[in-house]
Ligand binder design. Structure first.
Ligand code: FMN
Length: 407
């Protein structure tokens, strides 16, 4: 039986082990994880989620504190359009994370950053631009754009000196989304360098409806995307993602013509993952019925998470003066209204089940987002006598995908 090591992923002129570790916010796919993925010859992602808070955590900057000091006087207002991000701070925070990681990079692989367009940050276009510039200036090898794909995102950086050499990819969940995006890039004569096709079993937010995600399957969507590219005479590497749990699953994707695979769930419980140990153990212990897709994310996208996530039912006070990553261009986040209503109806003990304060809850690792196959993680580890599951390293999981033909 073939193993994944018999294949290579080619993007531009560069070859990789065909394993891409997907972006996992907030700081679950840490710089340490990304450095390991690159050292081993694959591609691994940083994440731009809550970038200013992440910069504060690693580099002792004070972006969150400063923003709060600036806006706290207006915290009583429910419309938060006043709470704009300082674009220079956003550039700087992104550059801090990227350049600091890139300085340490070793080995034949690459480090990319996942930029999420659903992080509208009260000013979608300009804050996305700032994150793109910060990443490019920081020396990132590649960028994957997704989560609410903004059709004009390539235009935002068309004048940057690295526009044609950095590897730019997009994450889509349908051939239709890809077609719309390519219409725009034709004009720039700059197609994506790779396409991640994210199916319905992925972790994080989903590009499918809450009531119909289970009707789709990754293999079919991947084949549709490849068929479309063939018809258009476009040669762009296609990288399926979502539910590829073993090396054999990955080989099956390579056999239908994929160029590589993007994986994440197996890496959530590695030593290098940013999740706290408590959450890692909850992932290991998860049963199939614990893994749910719900609508608590104020982004409006369905999200997969463990039913035990501490964020569900929490009544956190909105914190947009220091966070505010989900605020739309009009200064609105649907959690603010959910909180207002809950406060009116239950002033003594606020508990909100249908929405969550995503920034605050993700920042403190209380939203246990996960892939559909999380309940299989226990098969990959050993449980100690004290009941604790052992964590593997990124290298062990990476090599398991690369060489193992059994699991
Ligand atoms: C904990 C977790 C967090 C994730 N966060 C993000 C994210 O911030 N942005 C994104 O584009 N995808 C995110 N994803 C999706 C992954 O990057 C990846 O495409 C997908 O989960 C792969 O499927 P798998 O988890 O079944 O291997 C996340 C996945 C997980 C498991």
């Amino acid at each position: 039986m073939k193993n994944l090591d018999q294949y290579r992923l080619q993007i531009g002129s560069k070859e990789y082990i065909p394993i891409m570790i997907g972006g996992m916010g907030v700081d679950i796919s840490t710089p340490t994880m990304a450095l390991e993925g690159a050292r081993l010859g694959g591609i691994a992602h940083l994440s731009d989620a809550l970038i200013c808070a992440v910069s504060d955590r690693y580099f002792k900057t004070s972006f969150v504190k400063d923003r709060f000091a600036k806006y706290k006087g207006s915290a009583h207002l429910s419309n938060k359009s006043f709470a704009q991000f300082d674009l220079q701070d956003v550039v700087q925070a992104t550059r801090n994370l990227v350049s600091n990681t890139m300085e340490k990079k070793q080995g034949p692989g690459d480090i990319f950053i996942n930029l999420m367009e659903k992080l509208t940050m009260n000013n979608p276009r300009e804050t996305l631009h700032a994150r793109l510039i910060g990443a490019l200036d920081g020396g990132i090898d590649g960028i994957s754009l997704g989560a609410g794909l903004h059709l004009g995102s390539f235009d935002l950086i068309k004048d940057h000196p690295r526009f044609r050499d950095v590897k730019l990819g997009i994450i889509v969940s349908s051939q239709r989304a890809l077609r719309l995006f390519l219409k725009r890039t034709v004009k720039l004569k700059r197609h994506p360098d790779f396409i991640v096709v994210e199916g319905p079993l992925a972790g994080g937010h989903l590009g499918f409806g809450m009531d119909d995600w289970f009707k789709y399957d990754l293999k079919t969507i991947t084949l549709e995307v490849m068929e479309f590219l063939k018809k258009e005479s476009l040669t762009i590497p296609v990288i399926p993602a979502g539910g590829i749990f073993t090396g054999s699953d990955a080989v099956k994707m390579m056999e239908i013509g994929a160029s590589g695979v993007q994986v994440a769930t197996r890496f959530t419980v590695t030593k290098e993952s940013g999740l706290p140990d408590k959450a890692k153990q909850a992932y290991f212990e998860a049963r199939e019925e614990d893994i749910i897709v719900n609508g608590v994310s104020p982004t409006g996208y369905p999200m997969r998470m463990l039913a035990q996530s501490p964020c569900i039912g929490a009544g956190t006070k909105p914190n947009c003066e220091s966070m505010g990553y989900i605020l739309d261009r009009d200064g609105v986040c649907s959690y603010i209204e959910a909180y207002r209503q809950a406060k009116e109806s239950q002033p003594d003990h606020i508990s909100i089940n249908d929405k969550t304060c995503l920034c605050t809850q993700m920042r403190s690792y209380n939203t246990w987002t996960c892939g559909h196959l999380t309940s299989r993680l226990k098969e990959t580890s050993h449980r100690n006598e004290d009941g604790i599951y052992q964590q593997l390293t990124v290298e062990e999981v990476f090599n398991d995908y690369r060489y193992n033909t059994e699991l």
